[in-house]
Design a protein around this ligand. Structure first.
Ligand SMILES: [Zn+2]
Length: 183
């Protein structure tokens, strides 16, 4: 099994968004409003002619970290009230409403445009994903210095690290050292 595989379908979008912050090495893909707009336009979440401001960037990063928190629940973490409030805030700001598409299926669509609308599309993807079994396979790496969102392909949903070779072994070594210190 190769490491850090992309999750399928809409889960892949959620995963890619959360992983725009890579803590190891510290890489922030959403470094300024221009980068944020580029990322959202590239994925068809927002029209090219719409602006992105500093406030939009702050909001986008908050929503991203709230989604990271929600994914953390799949790996045994608890979701903080501030993350819930941020997700509900994004739902309100983007004015998500249910719409029936031409295929007869219903989905949530944002009434807002711009960055708010784009974030609404990502939150709508989270909403849809949570109703699928595959959602529980999207987890956060157990290495406290990594926190990468990875797709757990193991048969019994037991993977804890995005990369066993680096994160897994390092975390095990850390615990070994901590145990050695206290004994
Ligand atoms: Zn990791």
């Amino acid at each position: 099994m190769s490491d850090r595989e992309a999750a399928p379908g809409a889960l892949g979008l959620i995963q890619a968004f959360v992983n725009t912050a890579d803590l190891e090495p510290s890489v922030e893909a959403l470094s300024d409003p221009h980068a944020l707009r580029g990322w959202l336009v590239e994925r068809g979440l927002m029209a090219l002619n719409q602006p992105a401001t500093d406030a939009d960037l702050k909001h986008a990063v908050a929503v991203r970290e709230a989604i990271r928190g929600a994914i953390g629940a799949n790996s045994g973490g608890s979701v903080y009230p501030v993350d819930i409030a941020t997700l509900n805030g994004a739902v309100s700001a983007s004015r998500l409403i249910p719409r029936f598409g031409s295929n007869g299926k219903a989905r949530l669509e944002p009434q807002a445009s711009g960055v708010d609308g784009a974030l609404g599309r990502i939150v709508a993807a989270v909403f849809a994903a949570m109703n699928e079994e595959a959602w529980t396979r999207l987890k956060l790496c157990d290495s406290s210095s990594c926190r990468w969102a990875f797709y757990d392909q193991s048969r019994n949903h037991s993977s804890r690290w995005c990369r066993m070779a680096s994160c897994g072994n390092r975390q095990k070594a850390k615990r070994f050292r901590e145990r050695a210190k206290t004994s």
